[in-house]
Design a binder for this molecule. Structure first.
Ligand code: D61
Ligand code: MG
Length: 404
């Protein structure tokens, strides 16, 4: 749970934190009896606390399909991310991964910690996969095939242009969006959504990760990984790793803000995608990660800490988001609030200030045009002190950035 200091500073975090703790304990007790399914659900919660929690609250049939979809792609990503495997070994594994999931005898040892366990016990995953309905299996196979091929392409090449950045993010996350939309449709709980909107859901999440994880990726041992596109960083520095050196922190900040501005482009598509969903548990499954993403972008913008360590949302704020993201009104409210935070962080002398502000304005317009903005509690200023335009002034901004 959150530290005592954090709870004393943010006492209204306590209730959502407790509720989250109870939900996590409840999920731990719901592990299925069959050993292969028990393995999958145990791994799901070990590998990703946040995705684990939102997957757990889906209905039983869809939950099994999404759990396997997640673990298969996490295993594929473990191969991609292991920088100690040579290209000539790695590329064929990535390209054939969609066939390995049908073979309970196949395995390939790599990764560390819980990822290594996942790889070593891969047969538990393939055994569970083979028990899914054919419709679900075909979606998972198709997306695994396309993602593996895309990863293989980018193992051999760097991300140069913004178009290539979008293409890489399509392979590793946009395709997850396409696959999820197809799984929802196969479950008969949702209509089929356009590929383009599904893709944006993944791009918004992946770009936020790539921005936040700059330092972790650049410091990767034995070889650094670079996902920030040259077309953006070369406007500010000669080498991507220069961003972490103190002497050029103004350039680093400008580059970071440029990256955040690029990511904001996907927010409106994400709002449209979520507004078309009908099933409440699918809605929460999709909306919670998106709200966390815009919150993380607001936190990273103009924040030099991105180049010094890990920038993460306070655990209590994460718990609040999980507790309070239930309807489209909540999502519009959160996107509006976090955009307002962003707006107050934009400095006039930033080279992209005008572009950033116009993207923020477009998001806010989308939220207010929904007509749903006045039905919620704000995360940023709690209870009675609503974060409305009358309250937004520089003094309050300092308070709210401290809360975040
Ligand atoms: C609705 C709900 C969830 C969604 C969505 C729509 C659309 C896309 C996504 C989730 C995927 C978002 C990925 C963002 C996080 N990025 C990563 O984990 C990177 O790996 C990418 C390749 C493996 C993707 C596995 C995945 C992730 C989330 C899922 C899922 C599959 C299946 C179902 C539900 C959610 C990243 O991982 C390393 C790290 O972040 O530490 C990387 O290697 O770049
Ligand atoms: Mg990866």
């Amino acid at each position: 749970m959150g530290s005592l200091g954090a709870i004393l500073r943010h006492p209204d975090d306590l209730y959502p934190l407790l509720k989250l703790k109870i939900a996590a304990n409840h999920a731990a007790k719901q592990i299925p009896p069959e050993p292969h399914w028990a393995f999958c659900y145990t791994m799901l919660h070990k590998v990703s606390r946040s995705f684990g929690l939102v997957i757990q609250q889906l209905g039983p049939e869809l939950r099994n399909a999404v759990c396997i979809f997640y673990l298969v792609l996490r295993a594929l990503d473990t191969v991609e991310d292991d920088t100690s495997i040579n290209f000539d070994i790695k590329v064929p594994i990535l390209e054939a991964f969609h066939r390995h999931i049908y073979d309970p005898k196949w395995h390939f040892s790599c990764g560390t910690k819980e990822y290594k366990v996942l790889m070593d016990q891969f047969h538990q995953l393939s055994t569970s996969f083979l028990e899914l309905g054919k419709g679900y299996q075909e979606v998972i196979e198709d997306i695994t095939k396309r993602m593996g091929a895309g990863m293989a392409k980018y193992i051999l090449k760097e991300v140069e242009t913004v178009d290539e950045y979008d293409e890489y993010c399509h392979y590793v996350a946009g395709l997850v969006g396409l696959g999820l939309s197809k799984l929802f449709y196969a479950s008969k709980f949702e209509d089929l959504v356009s590929d383009s909107l599904s893709n944006s859901m993944g791009l918004f999440l992946q770009k936020t990760n790539i921005i936040r994880d700059y330092l972790e990726d650049i410091n990767e041992i034995p070889k650094s990984r670079m996902f920030w596109p040259r077309e953006i960083w070369s406007k500010y520095v000669n080498k991507l790793e220069d961003l972490k050196y103190k002497e050029i922190s103004d350039k680093a900040i400008q580059c970071l803000n440029d990256m955040v501005t690029d990511a904001l482009l996907h927010a409106e598509d994400c709002l449209k995608y979520m507004s078309d969903l009908r099933d409440p548990s699918i809605f929460r499954f999709c909306a919670i990660p998106q709200v966390m993403a815009i919150g993380t972008l607001a936190l990273c913008y103009n924040n030099i800490e991105v180049f010094r360590g890990v920038v993460k949302m306070r655990r209590g704020l994460t718990a609040k988001i999980i507790d309070r993201t239930n309807t489209m009104a909540d999502v519009y409210g959160a996107f509006f609030d976090f955009s307002t935070m962003l707006k107050f962080k934009v400095e006039k002398n930033d080279p992209n200030a005008t572009k950033t502000l116009s993207r923020i304005e477009a998001i806010q317009k989308c939220c207010s045009n929904s007509g749903l903005l006045n039905q919620r509690r704000s995360y940023i200023l709690d209870t009675k002190a609503r974060f409305n335009s009358a309250l937004v002034n520089p003094i309050l901004f300092h308070i709210s950035s401290d809360i975040i």
